[in-house]
Design a protein around this ligand. Structure first.
Ligand SMILES: C=C(O[C@@H]1C=C(C(=O)O)C=C[C@H]1O)C(=O)O
Length: 354
């Protein structure tokens, strides 16, 4: 009979072969990661993973080993994805404000498909995480097409060393969601954020359902999934429903079909070339100062996409301006020098593409 040492020598031989094959596989995976990056593809490809599993299970002759081999393949592909994310620098370092399943989370996932993201309670914490290097990117909303701008975010752009590197418009669709097996007729109470109720006003009118303000749409969905009561519904996005294993009982219940929230991605990275750039500017509190700025912009031939004013907090009744211009910041040196000469304060806060 073989002793333990003999068995282990055989294991060592097989492990030696696996090590070589592992290295070979991971080198191929590296090539795939770079290909995906170059072609804007995400790391995960579930259809390919299913194909890898079924093809390889077919190669296993010992039936009793199939389930173990399936687990082995799943783990091997998890390691492969981890390696790809490490190569491509995709980490948990995308900060967002809110909770998993909320609209900021959904915007973050659309922008960074492979990142689980890192939730923070406030906008300021997101800015602080990015400017300290704790997070590489941050995702925050700046404006809703229905309720208007989120002023605090502009103030934070002024205070923190962060720049806008990308913008994203998220269509806000509200849906009635319920636990598996529930129907609209079962619903007695609905949970959501006040905005969720407001945006679904027309749909909710006359139904006699009790409306419970539950902080945010994701927390509402999580709550109804935990209590598992067919009489309780929530209002939120399809993604939120999916995340908490809930069913969509009525789709697109928002009163207006044109509700968008614009998000920005902030980073500490150097400004990159782009097709739009944005500035924060303050002028002397004198007649004609702002007109002078706008004239310079016109003379250099830049189309102004947006101008907003925000109060300068410590000087009552004085304002700073947020200006968005169409063009490449890299080529705007002359304009920026002229604006700087004619302003009290100038900061380029973003360069991105539309
Ligand atoms: C390597 C790839 O990326 C991922 C990892 C896989 C693997 O290790 O086999 C398969 C599918 C993807 O989720 C790929 O797309 O082929």
């Amino acid at each position: 009979m073989k002793d333990l040492e003999d068995w282990r020598r055989e294991i060592d031989r097989v492990d030696g072969e696996i090590a070589k094959l592992f290295e070979e596989r991971m080198h191929i995976v590296e090539g795939i990661a770079r290909y995906k990056q170059a072609n804007g593809m995400q790391v995960l490809d579930s259809a390919r993973e299913d194909a890898v599993i079924s093809k390889n299970l077919g190669r296993i002759e010992d039936q009793g080993l199939k389930e173990y081999y399936r687990q082995f393949l799943v783990e091997m592909m998890n390691i492969s994805k981890e390696y790809q994310k490490a190569i491509l620098n995709i980490g948990e370092d995308v900060a967002y404000q809110g909770v998993r399943g909320a609209f900021s989370y959904i915007a973050m996932k659309r922008l960074f498909k492979d990142s689980p993201g890192k939730p923070y309670a406030t906008f300021e914490e997101v800015f602080s995480a990015v400017s300290s290097g704790e997070a590489r990117y941050g995702v925050v909303p700046v404006e809703n097409s229905y309720t208007g701008e989120i002023g605090e975010v502009f103030d934070l752009l002024k205070r923190y060393d962060c720049r806008i590197v990308k913008t994203y418009n998220l269509k806000i669709d509200q849906n009635l969601i319920g636990v598996k097996g529930s129907r609209i007729e079962d619903i007695r109470e609905v949970y959501s954020h006040p905005q969720g109720f407001l945006q679904s006003e027309k749909f909710l009118k006359g139904r006699g359902w009790k409306q419970v303000d539950y902080g945010n749409t994701a927390a509402s969905a999580k709550y109804i999934s935990e209590v598992g009561d067919v009489n309780k519904g929530a209002i939120g996005s399809v993604e939120t429903a999916r995340l908490y294993d809930l069913e969509v009982l009525a789709e697109n219940i928002n009163t207006t079909d044109n509700n968008y929230t614009k998000f920005i991605v902030i980073s500490r990275e150097e400004l990159r070339p782009g097709s739009v750039f944005s500035l924060l500017i303050t002028t002397e509190h004198r007649m004609g100062e702002l007109a002078r700025i706008i004239k310079s912009i016109e003379r250099y031939g830049y189309n102004m996409l947006n101008i907003k004013s925000r109060p300068i907090k410590d000087i009552p009744w004085e304002y700073y301006f947020y200006i968005e211009l169409e063009g490449d910041v890299v080529k705007a040196g002359d304009l920026l020098r002229e604006l700087e000469e004619n302003s009290k304060y100038l900061k380029v806060v973003g360069s991105y593409s539309r």
